[in-house]
Design a protein around this ligand. Structure first.
Ligand SMILES: O=C1C=CC(S(=O)(=O)O)=CC1(O)O
Ligand SMILES: [Ca+2]
Ligand SMILES: [Fe+2]
Length: 334
């Protein structure tokens, strides 16, 4: 019997995060980062960037502890939602159909699964349209975040993550590998940029971060300046800097619940059919910061638990490889 075909994934589309205080989260994600509030009630906040034309790219819901409720990929057609259901059911994974109106506000018929890496993932096609803000410069504020760019996932088995996302039709733009080509990290894509999803080696399944794109690197400094002015510099975790992998400029922040967000700008096109993977050596100091700046320990070690389809935190498995133990030189070790 032939394996069911993979759904045609268009892009990473939204993340639904659990936060413990919605008003505090609203301040961080809307007032400071500049995301637009598309919908809100006492328990849910739906947010989108200045350039986004669908209902949301980030959903915050109240709960007892910070967690990833689910990641969501948009698929090309309604029948790709059926394909996703068959694809994961054939792999013996937990699968739950979520009819329009029963799931996340604004989202149509969807399917939610726990993927082979233990992550809660939704595949949907239908989503409410939103008014065009691309040229509403009068509404822009804070860091003027433009759009969701990617998810970064902590997982103990990077090769397994690579195999799973390859089976979903994702390309691989860059990797970090050991001297014997052991895989420490990978960046994989469906939209024609560096990644929709990346894997950071570590105990997992855990959410490492969500990446949002701004148009220009000065907006990274603007966010940092705003936080400094507000005496909230404690939300700044890593950067600003320029990545080796992706060549993007970056700034990592932690929200009031500890969720990590990367402000990310200026990566590159990956859309040709023969696009080749660029491979970094784990001992190359420029891989994670092109200027050789050390990666702060919390960036390697801290991440957020993920929930199963019933909202129960998933058990964590320790990492196989530990990149932070492999680093040398500018990180001060070796
Ligand atoms: O988006 C990213 C692009 C590059 C990097 S790295 O720190 O350069 O590996 C990290 C990251 O996955 O957050
Ligand atoms: Ca080093
Ligand atoms: Fe990232």
């Amino acid at each position: 019997m032939t394996a069911p075909p993979a759904p045609d994934v268009v892009r990473s589309a939204y993340a639904q995060l659990v936060v413990t205080d919605l008003a505090r989260a609203r301040w961080f994600w809307a007032d400071v980062l500049g995301l637009h509030v598309q919908y809100e009630d006492a328990h849910v906040l739906c947010l989108r960037g200045t350039d986004e034309l669908t209902h949301h790219s980030l959903v915050l819901r109240t709960g007892d502890r910070a967690a990833l409720d689910h990641l969501a990929y948009r698929v090309r057609t309604p029948s790709d939602v059926d394909r996703a259901e068959e694809f994961f059911r054939a792999r013996g994974r937990p699968v739950r159909r979520v009819p329009a109106g029963d799931g996340t506000h604004g989202v149509g018929d969807a399917v939610r699964v726990v993927d082979p890496l233990g992550f809660p993932v939704e595949f949907f096609h239908g989503i409410a349209r939103a008014e065009r803000h691309i040229q509403r410069y009068d509404l822009r504020h804070g860091a003027e975040m433009a759009r969701l760019d990617h998810f970064n996932l902590c997982t103990p088995d990077i090769p397994a993550a690579y195999v799973h996302y390859t089976s979903l039709g994702f390309g691989c733009s860059e990797t970090i590998e050991g001297d014997e080509h052991e895989l420490y990290a990978a960046w994989m894509y469906r939209k024609q940029t560096v990644h929709d999803v990346a894997f950071t080696g570590g105990a997992g399944p855990r959410l490492h971060h969500v990446g949002f794109a701004t148009h220009e690197s000065p907006q990274l400094l603007r966010i940092a300046d705003i936080l400094g002015s507000l005496h909230k510099e404690g939300h700044i975790e890593r950067g600003p800097g320029r990545h080796g992998v992706s060549n993007a400029c970056y700034l990592y922040l932690r929200d009031p619940d500890g969720h990590r967000v990367e402000i990310y700008t200026s990566d590159y096109y990956t859309g040709d059919p023969d696009h080749e993977t660029y491979r970094w050596n784990v001992h190359d100091d420029r891989r994670r910061d092109f200027w050789g700046h050390a990666v702060i320990d919390s960036w390697y070690k801290e991440a957020v638990p993920v929930l199963d389809l019933d909202g129960v935190p998933q058990p964590i498995t320790e990492a196989v490889l530990d990149e932070s133990a492999a680093r040398v030189g500018a990180d001060g070790l070796g």
